[in-house]
Ligand binder design. Structure first.
Ligand SMILES: [Zn+2]
Ligand SMILES: [Zn+2]
Length: 278
């Protein structure tokens, strides 16, 4: 089976550096932030990055800035968030990136139901204003539920998708650290399969666009989002073995967002590769 595996890498010093990190870690997939790159020249957007991605046959996903909050009702934050998302979708299109991953959003003044409606409202505006970038998916990431965050239950994500009439441009990213901190146990094969089967029933595995493979520094149900290196946290190695051998995940980018840079990521990725049964 075709496994797409890599890390969240830095684009400091230029977008094409992402390809160097991919080579350093022997990866065929990467995640990047497309933000903070106001210094990018049009040439760089068009040329070097796309060329090295093509040459190295990399699958690239992007992560939206953490500053964006689509749950906000505060007009200045809401406006900035919508504008930033629209900009990044356009940038993804220019770069040939098909998935833009983001955390759904939060709002401490609203109920969860109201926050989901607010997120859907903002997303519908974003979708409308980026119709020409229709091949870029907006990918909702599961969250740990820290501080009023929506997305710590599969049902939240399903609800937002439903409010947007099941737009085909919406996808989902599972983050193992986040779901574990949110209370979903995946440490036994039985528990892992239950999570995946429920995900399929509630959201649909056809919506899955990426998996963030992170161990968790905090225990099950802690609602605290702290990533740990593979096998060094409360999730432990077994769950990652289930993922690496799950045929349903063929062709889905598996991305580690663990602490450290290339050397540490290479260790994590090698551990994961070592779990693949021949
Ligand atoms: Zn994330
Ligand atoms: Zn993540």
């Amino acid at each position: 089976m075709k496994i797409l595996l890599g890390a969240h890498v830095s684009v400091a010093g230029g977008l094409a550096n992402a390809c160097l990190h991919a080579r350093n870690t022997a990866s065929n997939a990467i995640q990047i932030f497309t933000k903070n790159q106001l210094q990018w020249s049009a040439k760089e957007l068009d040329d070097s990055f796309k060329r090295c991605v093509l040459k190295d046959e990399l699958t690239v996903v992007a992560h939206l800035s953490y500053l964006v909050n689509l749950g906000s009702t505060e007009e200045s934050v809401r406006e900035k968030s919508v504008a930033a998302a629209i900009n990044e979708i356009k940038r993804c299109r220019l770069l040939g990136i098909k998935s833009l991953i983001f955390h759904p959003g939060s709002n401490k003044h609203l109920t969860e139901e109201e926050t989901m409606r607010q997120i859907a409202l903002n997303l519908s505006e974003i979708l409308k204003q980026t119709e020409e970038s229709g091949d870029v998916s907006l990918v909702l990431e599961t969250t740990a539920g820290q501080g009023n965050q929506i997305g710590y239950k599969s049902e939240h994500i399903a609800k937002i998708i439903e409010l947007l009439e099941g737009s085909i441009r919406l996808g989902v990213c599972i983050d193992t650290c986040h779901i574990f901190a949110a209370g979903y146990d995946i440490r036994t094969l039985r528990a892992y399969n239950k999570y995946m089967d429920d995900f399929d029933n509630i959201i649909g595995l056809d919506r899955l666009r990426a998996i963030h493979i992170n161990d968790s520094l905090k225990p099950l149900g802690s609602k605290v989002d702290r990533h740990a290196s593979i096998g060094k946290g409360y999730i432990g190695p077994d769950a990652f073995g289930f993922i690496m051998n799950d045929k349903r995940l063929e062709g889905i980018p598996l991305i580690v967002e663990t602490p450290g840079s290339d050397d540490e990521h290479k260790i994590d990725l090698d551990i994961l590769k070592g779990m693949i049964r021949k």
